[in-house]
Design a protein around this ligand. Sequence first.
Ligand SMILES: [Zn+2]
Length: 58
Amino acid sequence: MRLLRKCTCSYTIDESKEICDKCGERFHSAYPPKFSPYDKYADYRRKMKELAKQRGSF
Ligand SMILES: [Zn+2]
């Protein structure tokens, strides 16, 4: 599976490239965070944990 990645000036699907020749920026995922369900659930779990901690202090 090819992932689209982007820098500040363009997009690439070339996985051998880490840094853009033109702007010198490191390529990073072009997809918004909501495309990653793992992060979403990790954030959810973190919030629940915080909530539980807060309730435990009462
Ligand atoms: Zn660039």
